[in-house]
Design a protein around this ligand. Structure first.
Ligand code: FES
Ligand SMILES: [Fe+2]
Length: 455
């Protein structure tokens, strides 16, 4: 049973002259500072497009659940007792309290802590205490928990949308599925398992993180201490992200805009294509030498291939509006308010059911976890500091514009292929110009927003 809502009541489309706020070379500060724009985004962006919720390995068995959010809407993402993946609103149908208060678990039934109404994990009302006190018919659908009408997965990554008119998930992802496939297919059987996470928070608008997710311009300046640290630990030069030093725009890496707000920073062409090529640039961290040496003694030449699985894949695959694959992480952006955002970095582990790694899967995952700790601890903090400082700067009301025109207007620099994929040198801001055009279109639209309840 679908319930139609009138999204136009949010009046997102009428708030501003969006063409004034988003121009070819610059955007206005209010798109990061106005709470009314943020409220409209929760419908026009986080309600209207496919938004990443979680990974299937986080709910591996029937009855497993995690609690997540779709914009500001709290959800229970679960696999019901029949195995169907659903996204229930984490909101009791009685008086609206949060139904499930845990991060994760396994439950066939959710019982509301307030007055004890209980629901099956299909969202259907199961029982209410002392029903004699009611004259209504509890079989009516309106007493079942609301849920997101469209939930779908792409190779284990679960997305959802409230918009019945949105394209299919596969069409929405479009060309960005190619780097996602390549990211997965370097793992045995093309599979990963999601681990625990580094959870960070910054006082700034969520788009500041997306503006930065394909940014190759800031790396040597903002992450100078990380680059120095990675290279101090090595006895050979050019570890870690050193390829950003010198002349990054003539390096083989590039930025690609792939439609629907998605973009892809591909740094793989900088790495030598040989077994051990990726491990060779991974900045060695204290303690990793012991593992690497033990694997080399055990596996000989094959050790280099295995070590590459512990190394960070040099890509930033950004799916609008809230999902990135970078290194071996899944990064999720979660808006909290106009100037507050959660950034969660989930680690991923190799799954090796067929023993392709000769029993080394635990060692590889231990090593992989160490390499995964590096960037969130020593790099992401630089980025979050920038986002907070930008939000501070944007408090200057009279100084209105943010520029994003690097690479614009230089003949031959930005190229569009026959499929509409736009590529440019690594430091260009083309990805920001293009995704924000998509954002503008979505903000100008009046999407249909729908919820569903079990009949
Ligand atoms: S609010 Fe859940 S039972 Fe009353
Ligand atoms: Fe950064």
């Amino acid at each position: 049973m679908l319930e139609k809502l009138n999204a136009a009541r949010i009046e997102g489309a009428d708030l501003y002259d969006w063409d004034e706020l988003v121009q070819e070379d610059r955007v206005h500060r209010v798109i990061y500072t106005d709470p009314a724009i943020f409220t409209a985004e929760m419908t026009n962006i986080f309600g209207a497009v496919w938004v990443y919720l979680g990974h299937e390995s986080q709910i591996p068995a029937n009855d497993d659940y995690i609690t997540v959010r779709l914009g500001l809407r709290p959800l229970i993402l679960l696999r019901d007792s029949q195995g169907k993946i659903r996204a229930l609103f984490n909101r009791c149908a009685h008086r609206g309290t949060t139904l499930c208060r845990k991060d994760k678990g396994s439950a066939r039934i959710f019982t509301c802590p307030y007055h004890g109404w209980s629901y099956l994990n299909t969202g259907k009302l199961r029982a209410v205490p002392w029903p004699d006190g009611y004259a209504c018919d509890f079989n009516e659908a309106k007493y079942n928990v609301a849920q997101v009408p469209r939930v779908d997965s792409y190779r284990g990554f679960i997305f959802a949308t409230l918009n019945p008119d949105a394209p299919s998930l596969i069409d929405y992802l479009g060309a960005i599925t190619k780097p996602i496939d390549e990211w997965l297919d370097r793992q045995p059987k093309g599979r990963i398992r999601v681990c625990e996470a580094n959870r960070l928070k910054y006082k700034g608008n969520w788009k500041l993180a997306y503006d930065n997710s394909g940014d190759g311009y800031h790396v040597v300046f903002s992450h100078r201490s990380l680059l120095e640290m990675e290279n101090r630990q090595a006895d050979v030069a050019n570890k870690g992200m050193s390829y950003y030093k010198g002349s990054p725009d003539t390096a083989p890496m590039y930025i690609a805009y792939m439609g629907n707000g998605h973009h892809f920073k591909d740094k793989r062409p900088n790495i030598q294509k040989r077994a051990g090529g990726l491990w060779a640039v991974e900045g060695p961290a204290p303690g990793s030498e012991h593992y690497a040496d033990a694997l080399r003694r055990r596996f000989g030449a094959k050790a280099e291939e295995i070590l590459d699985l512990a190394s960070s894949e040099p890509v930033n695959i950004n799916v609008f509006p809230n999902f990135s694959l970078l290194g071996n992480h899944i990064q999720v952006f979660e808006p909290i308010s106009v100037d507050e955002t959660n950034v969660t970095w989930y680690g991923t582990a190799v799954v090796d059911e067929d023993n392709a790694l000769g029993g080394a899967v635990d060692e590889i995952n231990a090593l992989r976890m160490r390499t995964q700790e590096q960037f969130p601890n020593f790099g992401e903090v630089d980025d979050l500091a920038n986002f907070e400082e930008i939000q501070r700067g944007l408090a200057c009301q009279e100084d209105e514009w943010i520029y994003m025109h690097r690479g614009l207007g230089i003949p031959g620099r930005v190229k569009t292929d026959e499929n509409g994929i736009i590529t440019a040198p690594a430091t260009d801001e083309v990805f920001m110009r293009e995704y924000i055009k998509e954002w503008k279109q979505l903000m100008q639209a009046a999407p249909r927003i729908v919820i569903q309840r079990e009949p």
